[in-house]
Design a protein around this ligand. Structure first.
Ligand code: SAM
Length: 239
């Protein structure tokens, strides 16, 4: 498994993270997720080699784009993706994994502790409630999120947490460009600037998957009325 992870990282231009130490940690993350998945629904990806590609390598595809020493929030982290692999590969980052499901955050917290990942902490909360808390609002250098919501809703869940000059990073699949069009001016309404779209190809040599990092810098303020309740943003997403 460790060798599989190393090979995948090299194949996907992430060779600087293919060290023994990082691959050993990522292997342990996969084993912990697999074990917990027997009693809790953390992921539909069960086969170890698939997990190495679709969770570990995919999570680490964002690593080169995160500024040094950044304080990072992973919104809707679930079983710890991308938070756990990022914490393993980038010890300079201080990462908070946030999810509304307390049991998932308990798993991520225990896994981080057992692997000695002291740069990862957890928060069990709904994003749209937590970002109205003064100690969290506008306080992160980077807010990242994978597989949580459509882009207009994700903008509202994530951008209020980002400090001015910081980054919102949406990890998206092949429909990223369509989503970006749908999101229209949602990011601007929330203090975001223009989008940068980084195309990535995730491959194990047999299959390849199209991925995009959609990155938006926070350039202005976000009105207090955002985020709205989840029901309100779902019923009437920002356009
Ligand atoms: N990011 C992980 C990944 O890529 O494997 C988990 C993705 S999972 C499909 C979506 C996660 O987002 C779930 O764990 C869910 O509890 C969480 N979530 C959805 N809406 C949320 C919200 N408003 N606030 C916090 N967490 C939320």
């Amino acid at each position: 498994m460790r060798n599989t992870i190393a090979d995948l990282l090299v194949r996907n231009h992430l060779e600087s993270y293919a060290t023994d130490g990082i691959c050993t940690l990522c292997e342990a993350i996969c084993l912990a997720v697999s074990e917990k998945n027997k009693v809790m629904n953390l992921t539909a990806v069960k086969e170890p080699a698939r997990m190495a590609l679709l969770h570990i390598t995919d999570s680490l595809s964002a690593a080169p784009y995160l500024p040094q020493n950044a304080r990072v929030l992973d919104v809707g982290s679930g079983g710890g993706f991308p938070a756990l692999p990022l914490a393993a590969a980038r010890p300079d980052l201080r990462i908070v994994a946030l999810d509304s499901t307390a049991k998932k955050m308990e798993f991520v917290k225990q896994t981080a502790e057992s692997l000695g990942l002291r740069n990862l902490s957890t928060l069990s909360a709904r994003a749209e409630e937590a970002s109205h808390n003064d100690s969290l609002r506008g306080s992160f250098d980077v807010v990242i999120s994978r597989a949580v919501a459509s882009l207009p809703i994700l903008c509202e869940l994530c951008l209020p947490f980002v400090k001015k000059g910081g980054l919102f990073v949406a990890m998206k699949g092949e429909k990223a460009e369509e989503e970006r069009a749908l999101a229209g001016n949602a990011a601007k309404t929330l203090g975001g600037g223009d989008w940068q779209s980084i195309p990535l190809s995730l491959s194990d040599g047999v299959e390849s998957f199209s991925r995009f990092l959609l990155i938006c810098e926070k350039v202005g303020a976000c009105e207090k009325k955002y985020p709205r309740s989840f029901a309100a943003m779902s019923k009437n997403p920002l356009k």
